[in-house]
Design a protein around this ligand. Structure first.
Ligand code: PA5
Length: 464
């Protein structure tokens, strides 16, 4: 396994007074052992069903690959209808493992349909999609665990209406449902209309679902080797079974982040130095934010826990956010994601011999430029006492991405246990969903509607 964590630049031996001491890590050890044991004891139970995902899906993978093969042969576009945890994982896998201009490639180079994820209810997005696909030449994967999410069900209804107008009864063949086997409306619709259906286990929450059919089916359709993703996750899980931070990188990061949060580092920046990992940072932002951002701990105490995730991209954001990281408040921990070898590289050719300020680049590769810029940015930040650590991999492939996903999920589980919060609920998200239902007059939300009607009205004084 090539995934490596280097956290030298978090430590006081490098950062001085801004860093973490060995003593601080030592003092956290009993809590770390407890957090590790808590996570292990719930392996596969309750909302930790996702810890079984690398192991219990062999038969399912065969079915996923079978359906994916069929979909590949019968359509020109594959569209994920979903939002949040039902969309971000597929986007992250697509970005990481497929050609960066995949949809623009000719079909014979893609060997699979074009791929879209509609992670919003924005009518412009729907309009844009319908402008560029033929609905009757597309397959739609409706993904919602609750089977009730308004944005996703609205997307579904619009698409189903169009499909039915074009294809009549055969519209059903164009929908694949991924949902809970026992909750919500999508399962009822799926059974009634005979959709191809995949189930999301009760113990797999949205933001922990990328290695379930939620992420695996879309991945398989576009030709990603999903068995390799799971093999990477399994091998990372082996490391995570160990409760020593010298072996278990997820536990080490949880420890570092926990100590940092206690030192007022309220912002966690994830900065991959690879375009392919740009959407990975989006997926991680949801995982970290929704899991840790909690008002109460498990004992009912008000804690207002969490760390705000920020997405950045190297080197692009060196020309945007890095000024702030270097000279702004000392409130951030920066996670660099480093790819040692790019799949393709370009040597920068000669052509500027008379201009020394440009000529120094000639003969080097773009990959070298990316990685030297990472080195330089990290060096600068470290010299200024800015906390950062690097997770590196030799290359972006299915195995490493599966391992990285699992690492980040485990890190989040340990961080939740250290904070003594429930990392698997999202009352803050439900609050917004319920208020929306009340606004639409949905039955059962009358109390909420009444409460909202009595909310203070906007004062004109503060409207300009
Ligand atoms: O992580 C979560 O649980 C949420 O972000 C959900 O994924 C999101 O709200 C969508 O929910 P559902 O899959 O039920 O439509």
């Amino acid at each position: 396994m090539s995934i490596k964590l280097n956290y030298n630049n978090m430590m006081s031996s490098v950062l001085g007074s801004q860093g973490i001491t060995d003593g601080e890590i030592e003092s956290l050890k009993p809590a770390l052992l407890k957090a590790h044991a808590t996570v292990e004891q719930s392996r596969g139970k309750g909302m930790q069903g996702w810890m079984d995902s690398p192991y219990n899906q062999e038969e399912l993978i065969e079915r996923i690959n079978g359906v994916a093969k069929n979909v590949r042969s019968k359509c020109d576009a594959f569209v994920v209808l979903g939002i949040g945890g039902s969309a971000l994982g597929a986007t992250a896998l697509f970005g990481a493992l497929k050609h960066l201009y995949y949809n623009e490639l000719p079909r014979e180079k893609r060997n699979a349909p074009r791929f879209y994820v509609i992670d919003n209810a924005d009518p412009e997005r729907m309009n844009a999609l319908l402008d560029i696909i033929d609905v009757d030449n597309a397959v739609f994967n409706v993904i919602t665990k609750s089977g009730a999410t308004g944005e996703t069900m609205s997307q579904y209804l619009i698409v189903m209406d169009l499909l039915t107008k074009k294809l009549g009864d055969r519209a059903n063949e164009r929908i694949i449902a991924t949902t809970s086997s026992n909750k919500g409306n999508l399962i009822k619709l799926a059974q009634k209309q005979n959709f191809t259906t995949f189930y999301i286990d009760d113990g797999v929450g949205g933001r922990f679902s990328v290695l379930s059919p939620v992420g695996l089916l879309p991945a398989a359709v576009i030709g990603i080797d999903v068995a390799e993703l799971l093999r990477g996750a399994r091998d990372m899980d082996e490391r995570c079974k160990n409760n020593d931070i010298a072996v278990n990188p997820a536990l080490a990061i949880a420890a570092l982040q926990h100590i940092s949060m206690n030192k007022g580092k309220n912002i966690g920046v994830m900065m991959p130095y690879a375009d392919s990992l740009k959407y990975f940072a989006d997926w991680y932002a949801q995982l970290w934010a929704e899991s840790l951002g909690k008002e109460h701990d498990n004992d009912g105490k008000t804690v207002n826990a969490g760390q705000t995730p920020v997405k950045a991209l190297g080197v692009t954001d060196q020309h945007s956010q890095v000024q702030l990281y270097n000279e702004g408040p000392y409130d951030k921990v920066i996670t660099f994601l480093e790819v040692e070898n790019f799949k393709n590289d370009y040597t920068i050719p000669d052509g500027c011999e008379d201009y020394a300020d440009v000529n120094f680049l000639c003969g080097h590769t773009l990959g070298e430029l990316m990685n030297n810029e990472l080195f330089a940015t990290r060096y600068n930040l470290t010299r200024r006492g800015r906390m950062n650590y690097t997770v590196s991999m030799d290359k972006v492939n299915e195995y490493n991405i599966g391992a990285l996903i699992y690492l980040l999920q485990m890190q989040t589980a340990y961080a939740g246990a250290l904070l003594n919060i429930n990392a698997y609920d999202q009352p803050g998200v439900e609050g917004g969903k319920n208020a929306t239902y009340a606004l639409f007059g949905r039955k059962g939300y009358e109390d909420k509607a009444r409460e909202m009607a009595h909310a203070p009205k906007d004062s004109k004084k503060y409207i300009v």
